[in-house]
Structures are given as C-alpha cells and as structure tokens.
Design a protein around this ligand. Structure first.
Ligand SMILES: *Cc1c(COP(=O)(O)O)cnc(C)c1O
Length: 428
C-alpha cells in the first residue's frame, strides 16, 4: 500500500496526489522532472516489515536500510527516526547515514571493493559491522584496525550459490558473481579472523539478489546459512549475528505479486528455528520503491504517419535508468486523467540514445503536451542512480508529509553545473 491516490481537484476533476499534496502543486513550485517521496509510505513500509519480523519471533533485529536504494538524507532521516540502521557500500554512504542521524552502532558496511581509506573511515566511525567479502579484504580490515588500535567487528559475507533476483544484473548469490566467499572459505576465514588482533568476527552475512518474488531460493540460502552458523559454533567460535541481507521484491504493477513481509518473516523463522542469534536485514527496495514517484511533463505528442505515437517527456534515462538498464516496468499514471479511449504510446525521453525509451506500446489514457505523468514505484534505484548525462540538470527530490512538502535536493542551476568544471591551465 502507498499514499499516492487520486483526490478531488479544485476544479472537481480527480488529480493524483502524494498524501495531502496534489502533484501538480509540486510540479508548479519545483518544476519537472522531480522525484516525490511520501513520508507516510516510507514509515509504513518500515514498520510493517519491523512488526512482521517481531511477530515471527525474530528478536530485536537490526534493520539496516540499504542506502544505495535511496540515499537522500531526508529519506534516511525519516527511517532513522523510526530506529532504522543503514546498510552502506561506500564512504559517501557512511557519511550520508551519519548526516541523517543513524548511530554508528546501526551501520553495516558491505561491498566487494572497499578501499583502505574507506575501511579506515568506517573503523574510525565505529560501524557495527564490516561485511568482509574476500580474504584480502579481511587482511585489509585487520591491518587498518590494528594501526588505529581498534578491534573491528566483522561478518563474513557468504555467497550461498543460489539463483534469485528479478534480473541478471541484480542477482548476486551465484558462485560466479563477484560477491562473498564460499561456505568452506567462510569457515576458514572466520576461524582465521578469530585469531586476528584487528578484527572480531561477530557473524556471517548473505544477500542473494534483488527484486526476489519467490521465497524458495531465499529459504534454501538461509537454510545453508543456518548450517554454517551451527558448524562455526560447533568449532567453538563465538557468533552473535546472522545478516540475511535484503532483496525482497515489490509489486511493480505487472509483475508477480511478491511475498508479503509476514510470509517472508515466517519463512525466516522456519529456516532458522532454534538458532539463537541477533538477526540483521538490509532491505532497500521493499521500503523505498513504492514510496516515490518520478513526476514528468509531456513535452510533445509526436505521431508518425504510419501510426506510432511517441510521448516525449521532460524526464529521461539519466533521471530514471531502470527501464534502460534492467528492462524494468514502471506503471505510468496521468496526474489528471483525461476521459477517452486508451492510446498506445511509446514513452520516451529527450536523451540522444534509443535506450532512452521508458516503454513501448503502453496503453494510457489520452495525453496532451503539457500534461503531467507520474512514474510509479520509482522511490528505489531512481534518484540514487540519476546522472547529468546529456548535461541535463541533476533531478531534484521532494519529501511530502501530510499536507506539507519540502525540497530535499534542489535542482542545481546551469551555473552550478558549469562551476564544478574548469579548463586546464594551458588552455588560457
Ligand atoms: C543492494 C543491496 C541490498 C538491498 O537490496 P534490495 O533489493 O533493495 O532490498 C542489501 N544488501 C546489500 C549488500 C546490497 O548490495
């Protein structure tokens, strides 16, 4: 459920709103394209997941929101205020989490290529857990922490070798993906880590992919993780935490209905029954995707003589790359639906690449130049992946709460954009 609904507009017609704010008001004030997030939806998704996990008897889990899904500081603060932690994959994301008020004790640092500088920053910050993804990385963390006179809690990230995830580019749990180590390697590294002065192994972690709509591969992976925890403990190694990653899918309108948080939680309780650990989770998409839309305006309706109709928007692949990158489907809704028969449109942006096509032959209510449309389910991996490709200004972001809205990332000016660059001294 989300808080983007049609409300009765001032002129009597229905109009799409975010909570109590008509989207047209935001478009007028901020311009388009613009991302719009609902605080109530973010809060709801977090609390539904938290309560489902608690309801399944998973005691005191660390729910670390995957910052890469939506790294806006105001979004992070909305979740941090509810007690969310942060799963981060770069120093920049650690800094964002801290800026949003996430305590270091609730920050988990994942990722296969943390640099020495990033590890140093994380150790100094005192993050709860660094998820170590390889043997060289374990040695790096040990070395850096020893130099700083610290003993850094780490978890070993395992690659459970299961196939899951909505698209090859976001499946992470197969043995030929770059993430994590094998189970036998994890046992060896965990035992080694227990003897290192700079690290303290506190647990094991996995994250098998994203947009997972079938619980079976997750359950298979988690059963394997449970076996690993039992083997490590049987060897006398202390282990407190089991980090099961993120990856739960969301309804993208035309896709298979994903499992509910309650079913997800029940599956975890089943797969880990009797295991006395603190659980950690790294949900991203399931919290943020349906809490945001990308609002755009129709620039032209361009009709080819042979009949193909292009809806040319002022939003492009640089603002929302998921369709071009992952063949992702986003429901597209007119902000003020016009009466009339549905029309099949190719919905495109102005970027000079054929890949800048959001969808083809999509049946939509009739639209005209100047109309507003909303790309639904754009709150995760939307603004966070935006760029200035084609020298288009970085897309702004707005956060709504009730009847209020605030610009939480302003649109830069062209002067801002140009001021970041310089010519070389020899160019005069
Ligand atoms: C991307 C990522 C997540 C979040 O995945 P979602 O599908 O958005 O829930 C969690 N953990 C790690 C390590 C990730 O890389």
């Amino acid at each position: 459920m989300n808080h983007f609904e049609l409300l009765a507009g001032a002129d009597g017609g229905a109009e799409l709103a975010c909570e109590g704010v008509p989207l047209s008001r935001i478009a007028e004030a901020v311009g388009t394209p613009v991302y719009v997030y609902s605080s109530a939806t973010l809060e709801r998704h977090y609390t539904v997941l938290r309560d489902a996990l608690a309801g399944a008897g998973l005691k005191d889990p660390l729910i670390a929101f995957a910052v890469k899904a939506n790294s806006n500081v105001a979004v992070l603060r909305t979740l941090a205020a509810l007690g969310a932690g942060a799963d981060v994959v770069s120093e920049g994301e650690v800094r964002r989490a801290l800026a949003a008020g996430v305590p270091p004790a609730r920050i988990v640092f994942s990722g296969v290529g943390k640099t020495e500088a990033e590890v140093e920053f994380a150790v100094r910050t005192g993050v709860a857990e660094i998820n170590v993804e390889s043997e060289p990385e374990l040695h790096l963390v040990d070395r850096v922490a020893q130099r700083l006179g610290k003993r850094q809690p780490v978890a070993i990230r395992v690659n459970p070798d299961v196939a899951a995830g909505g698209h090859a580019k976001i499946a992470t749990g197969k043995a030929d993906n770059k993430f994590g180590v094998s189970f036998s390697e994890a046992e060896r590294l965990y035992a080694n880590a227990a003897n290192m002065a700079g690290v303290r192994p506190v647990g094991v972690a996995c994250h098998i992919g994203s947009q997972i709509t079938d619980l079976a591969p997750m359950e298979a992976a988690f059963a394997k993780m449970r076996g690993l925890v039992e083997r490590l403990r049987a060897e006398g190694l202390p282990l407190e935490r089991l980090d099961l990653g993120g990856g739960l899918g969301v309804p993208y309108f035309n896709q298979p209905e994903p499992p509910s948080p309650a079913d997800y939680a029940a599956m975890i309780a089943r797969a880990t029954k009797g295991l006395d650990v603190q659980f950690a989770f790294e949900p991203g998409r399931v919290i943020a995707a349906n809490a945001g839309v990308l609002l755009a305006r129709v620039v032209h309706v361009h009709e080819r003589p042979e009949g193909r109709k292009f809806l040319v928007l002022d939003a492009a692949m640089n603002d929302l790359i998921r369709p071009a990158m992952y063949d992702a489907f986003h429901d597209i809704r007119p902000v003020r639906p016009r009466a009339g028969e549905a029309v099949a449109y190719d919905v495109v942006g102005p970027v000079c690449e054929t890949g800048d096509t959001f969808t083809r032959d999509r049946a939509l209510p009739p639209l005209e130049a100047g109309d507003l449309v909303a790309f639904m389910s754009a709150g995760a991996y939307g603004a966070a992946m935006a760029s200035e490709y084609n020298s288009r200004l970085l897309v702004p972001e707005v956060l709504v709460k009730g009847a209020e809205f605030a610009v939480v990332r302003p649109r830069p000016t062209y002067d801002d954009m140009l001021a970041r660059e310089a010519t070389a001294p020899w160019q005069g």
